[in-house]
Each structure stands twice: as C-alpha cells, then as structure tokens.
Design a binder for this molecule. Structure first.
Ligand code: ZN
Length: 308
C-alpha cells in the first residue's frame, strides 16, 4: 500500500483544527495522552469484538444512522465495520469511538487517533456510516481515510515539536527510534510520519524480513514516500524495494540488518545515489532510504572514425 498525500487546502484546514486541540491541551512536549484528548473533545471510547455481534449490538444500543435504527439491523453496522475501518469506527451522533478489542495495544493508539481525526474533520461526518458511505466511490473513500491518517499523524506528532525533532539531525532509523520514544508512538508510525512530512527526497518501507518471509503476507506492506520523491521517482515500485533488501540485509531476526547504497534513475534519466538501511522489529522490517548525491553524467561515445 502506498501513502497518499492529501491536498494542500485540506491539510491546512486539518492542521488548524489539530493545532487548536494542542493549544487547548496546553501541550508542552512529549507524549499526547489520548484520554485527555477525549475529555477535551467530549468523545467516548468503547471496545467491541468484530466477531461478537451481541457485544457490538450492546455497544450500539439505540444508536441511529440517519433515521435508521441500527439496533434493528446490527448486521448493517457489522458489515460497515468489516468493509471499511476494519479495526475501528467513529459514530458521529454519539461522539463515540469504537475499537476492536482484539487489536494489539500499540496499534489501538493509532486507530483511536485516526477516529479522533474523523471526529474533528466536519466534512467526514456525513460519510462516516450509512448510505452515503456505502455508495461512496473508492477514490473518495481513500481520500477520506488519507485525511484521517494525516490528522492522526498531526495529533500524535505535534507539528512544531515534531519538526524540531526531525530537523535536529540526519534522518536515520536511529533518529526515528529516538523520536518514537519521545512522543510515545510506535516506531512504524514514526517512520511513516518522518518520511511523509519530509522536505527531502526520501522513502521508507515496512515489509517482511527478506530472509524470513511469512506465508500469506505481502512482501512490502507499506511504501511511504516524501512529496519530492514521488515527484522525481514516480516509477519506483514496491517490488524493486523488495529486490534490494536481500542484497544488503543480514539474517539477524531483530535489530539493525545493514545498510548500503543504491542507484536510482529519476524521471529525467539522471542517476542518483541513495543511502538505504533496514532494521527489524518483531514482525516487520523497517527500511529508510534518502538521497545522497547525483552521479556524474556519463557520455557514451560511439566507436567509429571521425571523418575529417
Ligand atoms: Zn477511517
């Protein structure tokens, strides 16, 4: 899956809404505490199990979607859960966030923030459930989800503090891990935000281990690139990244797997050298690559005699 850069106007609007939350929280650094965010926004949080319709029915007791009484058709909601935000959802008229309790704890933080972002973006309310949502085109659905992910990133990585942390040194996986610790977020979500927000030519992937691929998994789960990378290297694919990994990654199961330099041609045909490094956490390998330098242009001279 590839990250989607949202349009600049929507980004600015979302930034203002999230900045306001940080201001109202008197945020001064470190981890964002989500219970405080919920208090401030008067949201409540419930857990459900997607495989237990009774419990879900209980949670959504008397809940309405538009004029429809969902309780009469819990299957409708269940289907929405399964079809869209598989692990979480937001119910606007109840200001209620529902999260699948079987989601690993570390991921719950991200899902909750994603739903908080939906709640803060007014034009999302119309789309959250019900007929609008089921008839929403795939493209609009993806745009809405990308906006919620963007908002979640902004919420968990407050802009000014995050920019300072990112720009304080050379982008590397060691730096990503430090930033993750500082903001109390996962390394994966931190890597994603660091690349997405970067003004440099950089990309990252979250993948299987190149030497221990698990059955039934996608080799590259996420391919995230900065805006500049996307513009200059629109043709780079997930399968290319997957082919580079075994060329320098060690067989270690956790920790640093190695680093290397790779050469990538940009859209103009110029060769560029990137530094690439990988680090393995329990189930995923995180890879970060950034532009180092351009290779001098090579002029090929065809053989033959020059007529004089
Ligand atoms: Zn969503």
């Amino acid at each position: 899956m590839k990250n989607v850069h949202i349009d600049a106007r929507a980004a600015k609007d979302i930034d203002q809404r999230i900045d306001r939350v940080h201001r109202d929280l008197s945020y001064s650094g470190g981890k964002i505490e989500l219970p405080q965010v919920r208090d401030l926004l008067r949201l409540d949080l419930h857990y459900y199990r997607a495989d237990d319709p009774n419990l879900l029915g209980e949670v959504v007791h008397k809940l309405k979607i538009g004029a429809k009484q969902v309780i009469e058709r819990p299957a409708l909601l269940l289907e929405a859960v399964r079809r869209f935000d598989l692990n979480a959802l937001f119910i606007p008229d109840r200001k209620r966030i529902l999260i699948d309790s079987s989601v690993p704890d570390l991921k719950k933080r991200w899902y909750e923030s994603h739903e908080v972002a939906h709640s803060l973006i007014p034009w999302h309310n119309d789309y959250m459930l019900g007929d609008d949502r089921t008839t929403l085109s795939q493209a609009s659905h993806e745009a809405i989800e990308a906006e919620a992910n963007y908002g979640a990133g902004r919420l968990l990585f407050p802009h000014r503090a995050f920019s300072e942390a990112r720009l304080s040194g050379v982008n590397s996986l060691a730096q990503v891990r430090e930033i993750a610790k500082h903001f109390g977020n996962t390394i994966t979500s931190t890597l994603w935000r660091c690349v997405e927000q970067s003004d440099e030519v950089t990309f990252a992937s979250i993948s299987e281990h190149p030497h221990y691929m698990r059955e039934g998994k996608l080799p590259i789960e996420y391919f995230v690139s900065s805006k500049l990378f996307e513009r200059q290297f629109p043709h780079v694919t997930e399968s290319e990244i997957w082919e580079w990994l075994p060329t320098y990654c060690s067989y270690r199961q956790t920790g640093p797997l190695g680093s290397s330099e790779i050469v990538l041609r940009d859209a103009n045909g110029t060769s560029n050298v990137f530094g690439i490094e990988s680090f393995s956490i329990k189930y995923s390998v995180l890879t970060l690559a950034r532009f180092l330098r351009q290779l001098p242009v090579q002029i090929s001279v065809s053989r033959g005699t020059i007529a004089t």
